[in-house]
Design a protein. Structure first.
Length: 776
C-alpha cells in the first residue's frame, strides 16, 4: 500500500506536523459499465446541471451556464471574500468553471453506484429514465423538448429538473432525488477545487497519534480447488462486530466459552483513519453511505465496518429515557426494562468506555445549542462522550477514529473478548442460519450455526486487488445475530423463518437539517461532533414522541449534497459558504415505522420501505422552528432549511440591536415555514439510526424475539443489536443497544452453562470493575 493519500476534494498535503493517513484503496467499479454511452451522456448532462460550469463569456451552452457579467462578477466577488487568501491565484474562477462530470473519478464513483449500490428495482427505474431521455420521443414526453436532454442548454435543463422535483410522475420525482443526492455527493468528493476553496484538510489538525492500538488477528482461510465448504466449530458464533455483537462477545468469552465473531466488513488499523470520504464511503458504510428507501423519501446512512456503527458514530452516549423504558416495560410487556438489572448493564457499558460529560471542548456548532437554548429557556444538556473521560477533538470520526480516542467496540469490548480467547473472521457474509435435522419437543427449529461466503484480502493486505472466495460453514451451540436491522431480518427470512414481524417495525429517527451561516469562519469539521442536545420539544404529543435538536457532522461530502438546490449558480455559492456554516438536525423519535425486505433479484440485499408519517413530520417541523430560533438569537447571518418551498432567511445587515425571536422579519419567516410544512413528496429526509425489524416482545404474535432476544419458534438463536428495539429509542442508540446486548448475552451464558452442567468461569463485571478496566 502507499504510505499516504489525498482526497481529490481536499488539499494534496496534510497540515504541517501531522502524519497523513495510509491509503485504503477501494475495489475497482464493475468491469462492465452498467450504462450505455447514450445513458451516460444523459446522466453526465444532469450532473452538470446540478453542479454547472459557470461563465460570463460566450461558450458552449451545452457544457456551460452563461450568466451576465454583473451576476458572474458579483458571485465571484462574494466567493473570494469567503475564501479570503485561499481564493487568490484563480481558484474561484477554477471553481466556477468546474462541472461535475469533468473529473475522471466522478464517472468511476457513479459506475459503482449504478453497478453495486442501487437495489434492483431502483436501478431498473433509473436506467429506464436515462434510456427514455436519450430518445427524441421520450425526451418530448418527459421534458417537453423534441431533442435529447444532453442536447439542451444547461439553463433549459435546470428548468426541467426543477419541474421533476414536484412532478406528478413518481419516476421523475424519485429520479430527481436519487440523481441529485448521488451526483452532488460524488462531485464534492471528486472535485479538485472544493477542498482547497474551503481550506478543508484531509488529515485532522486536532487529535493525537494512535497509542497502544489493539492488534487484531483474523482467521485466514487458504484457497482450494475443492468444492467442499471450509468448516469451523465453536461454542458461540456471533454474526456482526458492532455495538451489540462486541458486548456479547466480551460477556460470553469471559464466561469461558469459545466465541467466534464474524463480520462482513474488514478491519482497518488506526493508521488508515480517518479515511478520505471516497475511501470511507466504500469501506465503512453500506451502499456508499447513501442507502435510499424504495420510494426515495429518505437516505439511510448505515455503518458497515469492523466495530459496526461504533466505528463511525459521533461518540454521543445517551441513556434511554424513563418514558421509553416505561413504554417497553408496560406497553410491550417486558418488565426487564424497568429493573435495576437493566440500569446496571447500561452503567457497566458506559463505565467500560469511560463515558463522561466532563472535559468536552465544545465547538461553535455545539456552543450555539448550549447558549441559544439557555437564552430562550429551552431544556438542554451536555451529551456525554465515550472518549475515556478525555477531550476528543476529532470532527472526522464518522470516517473512523485515527487517534483511538473514541472508545467504541474496537477499543474496548472486542479487545476484551480477544484477551478472553474470542477469535475473529472478517470478510464473511452470512447467508443463512443452519438448523438441526432433529426437531425439538415443541417443533421449534434448533440453530446449529451459520453458512456464508468468505472473501479474502488481496496479496498486499488490502481489498482492491485480486481476492478469492470460500464457502464457510460454522458449527456452533449458540448462534447470535448482530448484523444490524438491515441484515438480521434478511438472514432470518433466507433461513426459512416466516414470522410476519420479521423485517417490520423499522424505525429510523428521520431527520431534517437546518444550516446556519455566520459572519466568521467556523471551520465546522473541527472539534467534537455532537456534544450538546436541546430537549425542549422531545415530548410534543405527551406520549414520549417528539424531536431532539443536535449538531451534525460537517464533512463536505456528507453534508453539501443535502443543501437545498434551486439553481446551479446559487448552489455553488452555498457550497463556498461551508467554511462559515454549522449544521443542525431535528431528529424525531418516530412513532410510525417502515419495513425491510429482500431485493427481488438479489435476496441477500435489503431494501427499505419507509415514508415519514404526518405525525412525525409535524414534530420535525416544530423542531426546525425551535432550532432556527436558537441559531438566530446566537447571531446567525443566514438560516438555510432543507425544506422545499422555503428560501433561506437572511438577517438584515443594518440592524444594530441584538437579535430577538420577536423580530418581525424572523417571525414572518418562521410563520411561513410552519405554513409551508414539509411537503410531500419532494421533502427529503436522512437517517443515521436504524432500529426494529426483529423487535423483542411478550409474544410471537407481536414480535420476533422474547424479552432477552431469543427468536420465537427457535432454540439456540438470539438477536442482540438495535433490531431488537420494540420502538424507537429516542436517543442515539449505542448505549441502549449495548445494555440490551449485555443482558441478552448473560442469558445465553446461563443457559449454555446449565445445558452443559458447568458454572461459567466469570460473571459479567460490575460497574466499578468496568470503570477500572477503562483506565488501563
Amino acid at each position: 500500500m502507499a504510505s499516504s493519500s489525498s482526497s481529490p476534494s481536499s488539499p494534496p498535503t496534510s497540515p504541517q506536523g501531522f502524519t497523513p493517513q495510509i491509503a485504503s484503496p477501494v475495489p475497482p467499479p464493475p468491469a462492465q459499465d452498467p450504462v450505455t454511452p447514450a445513458q451516460w451522456a444523459i446522466l453526465a448532462a444532469i450532473a452538470d446541471t446540478f453542479a454547472p460550469s459557470i461563465t460570463k463569456a460566450a461558450g458552449n451552452p451545452l457544457l456551460q451556464r452563461r450568466v451576465s457579467a454583473e451576476v458572474y462578477d458579483t458571485v465571484s466577488r462574494r466567493i473570494e471574500e469567503l475564501a479570503q487568501e485561499d481564493g487568490r491565484d484563480g481558484l474561484v474562477a477554477e471553481f466556477l468553471d468546474e462541472r461535475a462530470s469533468a473529473a475522471p473519478e466522478f464517472k468511476e464513483y457513479m459506475m459503482r453506484v449504478l453497478g453495486v449500490y442501487l437495489d434492483s428495482a431502483t436501478k431498473a427505474q433509473f436506467l429506464t429514465l436515462l434510456s427514455v431521455l436519450s430518445t427524441r420521443a421520450g425526451s418530448l414526453l418527459l421534458t417537453g423538448h423534441a431533442t435529447t436532454l444532453d442536447s439542451l442548454p444547461v439553463e433549459t435543463r435546470q428548468n426541467i429538473l426543477l419541474g421533476w422535483k414536484t412532478s406528478r410522475i413518481p419516476l421523475l420525482r424519485q429520479g430527481f432525488r436519487t440523481i441529485s443526492n448521488f451526483t452532488r455527493a460524488y462531485w464534492i468528493r471528486s472535485s479538485p477545487t472544493v477542498g482547497r476553496l474551503l481550506s478543508y484538510p484531509y488529515t485532522p489538525v486536532h487529535g493525537t497519534p494512535p497509542n497502544n492500538a489493539f492488534k487484531f488477528q483474523f482467521f485466514d482461510i487458504p484457497p482450494t480447488t475443492a468444492s467442499e465448504p471450509h468448516v469451523i466449530e465453536t461454542d458461540v458464533v456471533i454474526v456482526g462486530s458492532g455495538c451489540g455483537g462486541a458486548v456479547a462477545a466480551q460477556v460470553i468469552a469471559e464466561a469461558g466459552f469459545k466465541v467466534l465473531v464474524v463480520e462482513k466488513a474488514y478491519h482497518w488499523e488506526p493508521q488508515h483513519l480517518p479515511m478520505s470520504e471516497n475511501e470511507g464511503s466504500v469501506h465503512l458504510f453500506s451502499n456508499g453511505g447513501q442507502m435510499q428507501s424504495d420510494e426515495g423519501s429518505i437516505t439511510v446512512i448505515n455503518g458497515a465496518a469492523w466495530g459496526g456503527g461504533g466505528t463511525v458514530n459521533w461518540s454521543a452516549s445517551l441513556l434511554p429515557q424513563g418514558f421509553v423504558r416505561k413504554e417497553w416495560s408496560e406497553k410491550f410487556g417486558m418488565p426487564r426494562f424497568n429493573t435495576a438489572e437493566f440500569q446496571s448493564d447500561l452503567d457497566a457499558v458506559c463505565a467500560r468506555m469511560g463515558v463522561s460529560g466532563d472535559h468536552i471542548p465544545h465547538n461553535k456548532s455545539n456552543r450555539v445549542i448550549l447558549e441559544g437554548s439557555r437564552k430562550l429557556g429551552y431544556a438542554h444538556k451536555v451529551v456525554p462522550q465515550n472518549t475515556g473521560g478525555e477531550a476528543h477533538n476529532c470532527g472526522y470520526c464518522t470516517l473512523g477514529c485515527g487517534s483511538c480516542g473514541k472508545k467504541g467496540p474496537t477499543e474496548t469490548f472486542l479487545p476484551d473478548a480477544a484477551r478472553a480467547g474470542a477469535v475473529f473472521l472478517e470478510g464473511f457474509e452470512c447467508r443463512e442460519v443452519l438448523w438441526s435435522d432433529v426437531k425439538s419437543n415443541n417443533n421449534d427449529k434448533t440453530a446449529v450455526g451459520v453458512k456464508g461466503i468468505w472473501t479474502s484480502r488481496d496479496s498486499s493486505g488490502g481489498v482492491a486487488g485480486t481476492v478469492y472466495k470460500r464457502e464457510v460453514i460454522i458449527k456452533a451451540a449458540r448462534t447470535i445475530l448482530a448484523a444490524g436491522p438491515m441484515e438480521d431480518p434478511i438472514i432470518l427470512k433466507s433461513s426459512g423463518l416466516t414470522n410476519p414481524h420479521i423485517g417490520r417495525h423499522l424505525h429510523l429517527h428521520p431527520v431534517s437539517v437546518l444550516f446556519a451561516v455566520w459572519d466568521e469562519d467556523v471551520r465546522p469539521w473541527e472539534g467534537p461532533i455532537l456534544t450538546t442536545v436541546c430537549n425542549e420539544v422531545e415530548n410534543l404529543d405527551q406520549q414520549g414522541y417528539g424531536v431532539k435538536l443536535e449538531s451534525v457532522t460537517m464533512l463536505p461530502g456528507f453534508v453539501l449534497p443535502f443543501l437545498p438546490w434551486t439553481d446551479g449558480v446559487a448552489y455553488k455559492e452555498l457550497v463556498a459558504k461551508m467554511r462559515r456554516m454549522t449544521g443542525y438536525i431535528s431528529i424525531a423519535r418516530d412513532r410510525y415505522g417502515g419495513r425491510v425486505y429482500p431485493d427481488s433479484q438479489d435476496p441477500t440485499r435489503s431494501v427499505i420501505h419507509y415514508t415519514p408519517h404526518e405525525h412525525d413530520k409535524r414534530h420535525i417541523l416544530e423542531g426546525l422552528v425551535h432550532m432556527a430560533r436558537i441559531a438566530y438569537v446566537e447571531g446567525a447571518r443566514e438560516l438555510v432549511p432543507t425544506v422545499p418551498g422555503i428560501a433561506p432567511f437572511v438577517k438584515d445587515g443594518t440592524s444594530t440591536t441584538p437579535p430577538s425571536v420577536n423580530d418581525p422579519a424572523f417571525v414572518a419567516w418562521t410563520d411561513a415555514l410552519r405554513k409551508n410544512g414539509l411537503p410531500s413528496p419532494d421533502t427529503g429526509y436522512i437517517s443515521a439510526h436504524q432500529m426494529g425489524t426483529c423487535r423483542m416482545g411478550a409474544s410471537p404474535k407481536t414480535s420476533v424475539c422474547d424479552d432477552y432476544g431469543r427468536v420465537w419458534g427457535t432454540r439456540n438463536l438470539s438477536v442482540v443489536d438495535t433490531a431488537t428495539f420494540p420502538s424507537a429509542s429516542g436517543v442515539n442508540p449505542m448505549i441502549t443497544c449495548m445494555g440490551i446486548a449485555r443482558g441478552n448475552a448473560r442469558a445465553i451464558v446461563l443457559a449454555l452453562g446449565a445445558e452443559r452442567g458447568i458454572v461459567p468461569t466469570s460473571i459479567p463485571q460490575d460497574v466499578s470493575a468496568m470503570a477500572q478496566r477503562a483506565k488501563l
